[in-house]
Structure formats: structure tokens, C-alpha cells
Design a protein around this ligand. Structure first.
Ligand code: ASP
Length: 442
């Protein structure tokens, strides 16, 4: 499964530069308006309501409209790809187990840091209230805050993972009105659906083809959203900074720092640990040997685009068997995204802090589960995780529109998390190699 690239064609300025320009123009004009005219000025308010915010909404709605078909098809296909290997069953199972293990480790590190550093807590109460009215309209404000207070007991959270009626869960998944587990239940349904497909492979070819079509079409709509992203980001940033001034920017800097620190710790602790304990490889040497693939990932922000380099690095520099590297890296470029899972967990908790929505233990566990699953369901393309962040937000009662706050800084984080994603694929390949070839020495 590989989605159409969201980047523009040759000749056009690269999308991330246009988004960065959108960010700078929006934030610059917003700060200027805030400092010169003041946040209560009538012209500033008019521009925010009638120009800047609608621009942002067009962008966000283009993403939201395909979230459900995208999540369902991507997650089902992800499992089909991992499981559709009757010959390679052992390798598939090891890869799946390591994917879940490493992703859980990454999310745990991310959540520990964001709970300790609390970058979203430094806003004043007035700013927080302003953000709530801006992003959570009327009734849903009450609902989001109410949801945060009446958390379900863990037992019900677990039972609700299995949907009674998946369609009903889907209908309510984006506004938090599902009767059961909401988006998480939809994800579990997709997971079971994928596992079931691999049990009857001889009769499910056309079904898989339909899911692939659904996935590609959803990605094409995301491509349209990304085409208007520079304007959407400019609009969102203008309305934020015009009203809130510099305070919101320093909070964002704290968020970026938290994600980067968590990614670094994950690579240092979890990856080095797996390399030493399972693959029995020197992590420093592994890092040096993998550097081509890591640099490609950083530059392209896409696990899929880095795949050819990763394959070469695995075979030529790391000495990994060709059948192992082909299987693990191809599947991993879509299904194993530790950096993304970590980023999604941190982002959801950060935005919950920003909006003053307190999450109970069972809600935080929901975030962990959903982030791990979202890592499996994320397309390996730039910005592939944004639709999934939106749904994790909704499932714990944080307004999905909140991603507008972090969008402007997303490209930098995307470059870094993709590097961690690709590094994770290579780490798993080395671990599988050790299991399949116990005498493998590096
Ligand atoms: N850009 C990431 C990747 O390709 C996906 C994401 O986190 O948006 O691995």
C-alpha cells in the first residue's frame, strides 16, 4: 500500500516551503495586527471571522471528510500486508510483535515527557478561554469538557473496543457521539477485518482491490487538502496570533521541543536497547551504516520515498538478507511508524492541555492504544498522520480543529519523526535477521 505523493509536481515550489511561507505570512501579519491595532479591533475581528477562519476551515474539512474511509482502508490493508505471508508467517509475526512493542515504547516515552514538561499548561486562563470559544463551538464545548470529567471505567473502555454496530460507531466517530468506543472501535473492527481477510486469501482479492481503490481515492482528497494547505495555515495562524499575540508562539516552541526530545530519547533508549538485546548489534555502528537512509527520510518526510534507499542500506551496509529486508522494510514503510505514534500521543496530550481538557487514566490509555494503531494506519507520505491525529483528538473529547494550532510547525516535526520511523524499520529488520539467522554477526 503506497499512497499517491502529496507533494506537487516538478517545477512547482515544494509544498513544505509554501506551507512555511503560509505560516510566516499568517503569523507575521497576525502578530503585527495584534501589536499595532490590538486584539479587540473591529477590522481585525472581521478579518478573522470572515477571511482567516473560513480559509482554515476549508483546509481542515477537506481532511476530515476522508478520515473514516482512509482509516478503515489503511488499517485493514496494513494488517493484510503483514499477515498475507503464509510462507513468511514467522517473519510476519515477529515483525508485527516488534512493531507493537517498539510503538508502545515510543508512545510511553512521549506521554511521560508531555505529562512531565506540560508544554500546553503555560497559557494564561484568558488565552485558554479564548481558544475554547474559537475552536469548540457552544454545545460541543460543554460536551468536550463534560467528557473529560465523566471518564468511563477501564472495564467498559475495554469492552467498548469491540463495536456492536461498526456503522453506528463510524457515524458518531468524528463528533464524539458514538454509543461505544468510537474511532478506536472502528480501528479494532478494521484490524479484525484485515485479519479475517488473511484467513480466506483465495476469495478476497476483489475486496482487497476495492480497499486499495478506497485508500488511493482518500489520499487523492488529502492531496487536494494539501494543495490549499499554505492558505489554510496562513488563515489559521493569522487568526490565532492576531487574537493571542506572542504567547501562543512560545507555547508552540515548548511543544516542538517536547516532541524532539521524546524522539531523541526513543531512539537512544528503545532502539539502542532492541539493537543490543535482540539484534546484538553495536548501535553506534548501526547508526553510521544506516545514515544514508536516515538522511533521505529527513529530507523527504516520507517513509515510502525512503524505501529504495533503506533497501540498499539494509542489504549493502547492514548485511541483512534480501528476503528479510524486502519484507520487513516494505511492510514497515507503511505499518511501522514509531516516530509517528509518539508524535500523535504527544500532540493529543499537548492540545488537551492547551484546551484545559483533563484526561483520566483510561482516556490516556485510549490515547496510547489509538496512537499505536494510528502508527500502523498512517500512510508513509508527508503529513500522512494528520488525519489520524484528528481522530485520536476527537476520541478523547479534544476538538479536532485544534490541529490547526500545530499545523504550522508540522513539517519540521514530520522530517524528524519520519527519520525515527525509517530507523525503526531498519532496527526491526536487524532483529528479524537475528531471529532467522542466529549466527548473523556484525
Ligand atoms: N511522514 C511520515 C512518514 O512518511 C508519516 C507522518 O507521520 O505523517 O513516515
Amino acid at each position: 500500500m503506497s499512497g499517491p505523493a502529496i507533494e506537487p509536481g516538478r517545477g512547482a515550489m515544494a509544498l513544505h516551503w509554501r506551507i512555511l511561507i503560509g505560516l510566516l505570512v499568517g503569523a507575521g501579519l497576525g502578530i503585527a495586527a495584534n501589536l499595532t491595532l490590538g486584539p479587540d479591533n473591529a477590522a481585525v475581528a472581521w478579518t478573522c471571522t470572515n477571511l482567516a477562519q473560513p480559509l482554515g476551515q476549508v483546509f481542515l474539512r477537506l481532511i476530515f471528510m476522508v478520515v473514516l474511509p482512509l482509516v478503515f482502508s489503511a488499517l485493514t490493508l496494513g494488517v493484510v500486508e503483514i499477515g498475507d505471508v503464509s510462507k513468511l508467517r514467522r517473519m510476519g509475526l515477529t515483525t508485527l510483535a516488534l512493531t507493537v512493542l517498539l510503538s508502545s515504547g515510543s508512545v510511553a516515552i512521549g506521554l511521560t515527557l508531555v505529562n512531565t514538561l506540560r508544554p500546553g499548561d503555560h497559557l494564561s486562563e484568558a488565552t485558554r478561554a479564548e481558544l475554547r470559544t474559537r475552536f469548540i463551538a457552544g454545545e460541543s464545548t460543554t460536551r468536550a469538557v463534560a467528557q473529560s470529567h465523566q471518564a468511563k471505567p477501564l472495564r467498559d473502555v475495554l469492552i467498548d473496543l469491540l463495536p456492536k454496530n461498526p456503522l453506528q460507531e463510524m457515524v458518531g466517530a468524528l463528533d464524539g457521539s458514538s454509543p461505544g468506543g468510537g474511532m478506536l472501535a472502528v480501528m479494532v473492527f478494521a484490524l479484525l477485518f484485515g485479519i479475517a481477510i488473511t484467513m480466506v486469501p483465495e476469495r478476497t482479492g476483489p475486496l482487497v482491490a476495492v480497499l486499495e481503490g478506497l485508500y488511493d481515492v482518500s489520499m487523492a482528497v488529502i492531496g487536494m487538502a494539501m494543495a490549499v494547505a499554505p492558505f489554510g495555515v496562513a488563515g489559521l495562524l493569522f487568526s490565532l496570533t492576531a487574537t493571542l499575540g506572542l504567547e501562543i508562539l512560545s507555547t508552540l516552541a515548548g511543544y516542538v521541543g517536547t516532541v524532539l526530545l521524546a524522539l531523541a530519547l526513543h531512539s537512544l533508549i528503545v532502539y539502542s536497547g532492541a539493537l543490543l538485546a535482540i539484534a546484538r548489534v553495536n548501535p553506534l555502528r548501526f547508526l553510521i551504516d544506516s545514515s544514508d537512509a536516515l538522511v533521505t527520510a529527513f529530507a523527504t518526510s516520507s517513509s515510502n520515498a525512503s524505501l529504495p534507499t533503506s533497501l540498499r542500506v539494509a542489504e549493502e551496509n547492514l548485511g541483512i538478507r534480501r528476503d528479510i529486508s524486502r519484507f520487513v522494510l516494505t511492510v514497515g514503510s507503511t505499518a511501522n511508524q514509531n516516530g509517528t505514534a509518539l508524535y500523535e500521543g504527544v500532540t493529543v496530550l499537548f492540545l488537551a492541555q492547551v484546551f484545559g481538557v483533563s484526561l483520566s487514566l483510561s482516556q490516556q490509555i485510549t490515547v496510547v492504544l489509538m496512537s499505536v494503531l494510528a502508527g500502523i494506519g498512517t500512510a508513509g507520505v508527508p503529513g500522512g498522520s494528520l488525519p489520524l491525529v484528528a481522530i485520536v483528538l476527537v476520541s478523547v473529547g479534544v476538538p479536532a480543529e485544534g490541529i490547526g494550532i500545530i499545523l504550522g510547525v508540522d513539517r519540521l516535526l514530520d522530517m524528524c519523526r519520519t527519520t525515527v520511523n525509517v530507523g525503526g524499520d531498519l532496527v526491526i529488520a536487524a532483529c528479524v535477521q537475528r531471529r532467522e539467522t542466529p549466527r548473523f554477526d556484525r
